[in-house]
Write a protein that binds this ligand. Structure first.
Ligand SMILES: Cc1ncc(COP(=O)(O)O)c(C=O)c1O
Ligand SMILES: N[C@@H](CCSC[C@H](N)C(=O)O)C(=O)O
Length: 381
């Protein structure tokens, strides 16, 4: 089945009791049991809920996992996955990951005995050099947030297998429409469903899936034991969003390519980061590993001091954190999404204070280009 069909009919797409073609919102915390010790299919909504289950089956289906898990946010999913590791374990973490991912490792898990090393995972040698005796996993974002670095997932997974490590891939920027990390050898895929999967900036959710039954059992145990589950209403919204993921991603990336090319040719712009540009370091790898380049574009102005003026001059691009919704957003990672990464670490990864990140929406492209043009004109060269 083509993935565009799976978005609509994959996982559980109908209500088996009524035949409703949209899975109903089962807004219940608990379920009547047949007798003592004889629950029906569900017993309590933290442990399982039909609306959430439909979404969980869907993400597993889309990514090629054996089981899916839905959480109250992307970070709740990340928390559960990182809870797989015993104190004293070490992980390798991409140097250019979402600020909240760095923060949960550095400020939450380190307290509980997790060790980590930050490396630029787009260079395999960096990873290999930093594998230690207690290393248990390699955590990668590809494309990364916010520099759109591309990591060779297949090569990382091969290296990881050689050293008995898990490969964890945050697939939020690519979505299963453009990239399926489990097929490339990864063990666990994570998503902020808040972004492209939900797609309309109206829900916060997190999704995780794996193709390893043993890991699935451990994640399932932790999901119930820790309890950071997604509620039925937000499960429904996320599944509703996924139905149109294919057509949205096509529109996002078409617009993003046009915006990236426009920026690259503008005299006020220093550098553009978009994997769809031939000038991007990861362009060839992205062509091989992904079926498109996605909707995120970052760039630097020649005159960094004009960054605030530029983002405030935009009219259609809204100054806001988040990404992946139908509406175009703009933000400055150093002050907004990646403020929790210390400046020296941000700069070592290449995230300058003046970096601007665009989530290119699906509006009419000429309107987006005109908006960028007028804002660039205001800031001059
Ligand atoms: C790549 C990436 N992963 C994970 C997260 C965390 O997701 P959430 O905000 O849904 O907790 C975000 C953003 O927040 C993100 O950009
Ligand atoms: N202030 C928030 C930052 C949210 S960032 C959301 C998203 N991942 C993005 O990259 O835009 C926080 O501190 O968590």
């Amino acid at each position: 089945m083509h993935i565009n069909t799976k978005f609509i009919h994959g996982g559980i797409s109908e209500d088996k009791t009524t035949g409703a073609v949209s899975v109903p919102i089962y807004q219940t915390s608990t379920y009547r049991q047949n007798g003592l010790g004889q629950p029906k299919e569900y017993e309590y909504s933290r442990s399982g809920n039909p609306t959430r289950h439909a979404l969980e089956e869907l993400i597993a289906d889309l990514e090629g996992g054996v089981q899916g898990f839905a959480f109250g946010s992307g970070l709740a999913g990340i928390h559960t996955v990182l809870s797989l590791f015993e104190p004293g374990s070490h992980i390798i973490l991409g140097d250019d990951v979402y600020g909240g991912t760095f923060r949960i490792v550095d400020k939450v898990f380190v307290k509980n005995g997790l060790e980590y090393t930050i490396v630029d995972t787009s260079n395999l040698a960096n990873i290999e050099e930093n594998i230690q005796e207690n290393t248990k996993a390699i955590y990668v974002e590809s494309p990364s947030n916010p520099l759109l670095k591309i990591t060779d997932i297949q090569a990382v997974a091969e290296l990881a297998k050689k050293h008995n490590l898990l490969t964890l891939v945050d697939n939020t920027f690519a979505t299963p429409y453009l990239q399926r990390p489990l097929e490339l050898g990864a063990d666990i895929v994570l998503h902020s469903g808040t972004k492209y999967l939900g797609g309309h900036s109206d829900v916060v959710s997190g999704l995780v899936t794996t193709n390893n039954q043993e890991l699935a059992s451990e994640i399932g145990f932790l999901q119930n034991a820790v309890g950071g589950i997604l509620g039925p209403q937000d499960s429904w919204l996320t599944q509703r969003g996924i139905k149109t993921l294919g057509i949205r991603m096509e529109a996002h990336q078409k617009n993003a390519q046009a915006v990236a090319e426009y920026l690259e040719n503008h005299e006020a712009v220093e550098k553009v980061f978009y994997p769809g540009l031939a000038s991007h370091e990861g362009h060839e790898l992205a062509k091989k590993q992904m079926s498109g380049f996605g909707g995120m574009v970052s760039f630097e102005l020649k005159n960094e001091a004009k960054t605030a003026e530029f983002v405030e001059a935009l009219k259609i691009f809204t100054l806001a954190e988040s990404l992946g919704g139908v509406e175009s957003l703009v933000e400055v990672p150093s002050i907004m999404t990646h403020a929790s990464i210390p400046k020296d670490k941000r700069e070592a990864a290449g995230i300058k204070d003046g970096l601007v990140r665009l989530s290119v929406g699906i509006e009419y492209v000429d309107d987006l280009l005109a908006d960028v043009k007028q804002a660039l004109e205001k800031v001059g060269k």
